[in-house]
Design a protein around this ligand. Sequence first.
Ligand code: AMP
Length: 298
Amino acid sequence: MKVIRSVSELRQYSIEQQSNGRVVGFVPTMGYLHEGHTSLITRASVECDVVITSLFVNPTQFAPHEDFDSYPRDFEHDYNLAKKADCDVLFVPSREEMYPYGESTSLSVGDLAYKIEGKFRPHFFDGVATVVAKLFNAALPNKAFFGQKDYQQSLVVKSLSRDMLMGVEIVVCPIVRETNGLAMSSRNKYLTDEQKDNAKILFKSLVATKEYIESGIRNRKKINAYLHDMLRRLDGLKIDYAIAADSNNLDEPNDFEEGSQVVLLIGAVLGKTRLIDNLLVKVPIEKFNEDDRFEEGL
Ligand code: AMP
């Protein structure tokens, strides 16, 4: 596995690969890799001829009070995991390499950036869109792989590629979880063992709410209340949001349509650690009941 630190070298590498007919896959990360990240690298190596993984803790997506300085970093650990997952190139740019002229030009995402997670992190999605656009311009990938774990981010990146005519195919991969259901995250390192155990309430609540919807409940307020009630069982969990939304555009209708797909989204703080998680649910189509037909005299 090659380590590349400069944008021009990476671009040259990617152009060379593509001129030899190879499909280039790209997995952007902030490093401190875990099995969630390596699942994306493995998927990319199945679908593409070469895989580039980036390690870059992007300063522009952190607010001043957030954990940019303390975000975990461990190059050797990342190198070993990426290599094992079949990565061909590890791209490790410095801040100066990614922002050589500071931050004068940036992208703005629109409505999607300011709802749900964006209400709590108003600069976040514009920062993500800007760095992803820069990384795409450096890696020039055919396909890029993102995790469903950051659901709203995956929608933002799909719009980015579509709206900016980038032509990069965005592949969204399933959430990898610990055995107790907790979604893997580099930030789980901040949790104590007891908090890790307690944090399973997020996935449990998502699953219970999925079953609630599958039992025929389509009213959004009822669904949100159910999800909140489940989460409130854990003392000390500060819920930023716990909501159901349309999985395509994050709209929040009064009632979800039969056959539509809902995403249940949670953002919450446990101790000092911010956790996010989500689950997709198909709203059932009510079956036509033969007995009803008889009673209605049809
Ligand atoms: P991050 O390093 O946290 O910015 O994440 C880099 C990529 O890995 C993003 O596309 C994330 O959605 C994805 N990712 C992070 N955690 C997981 C997980 N538990 N399962 C699947 N993908 C994940």
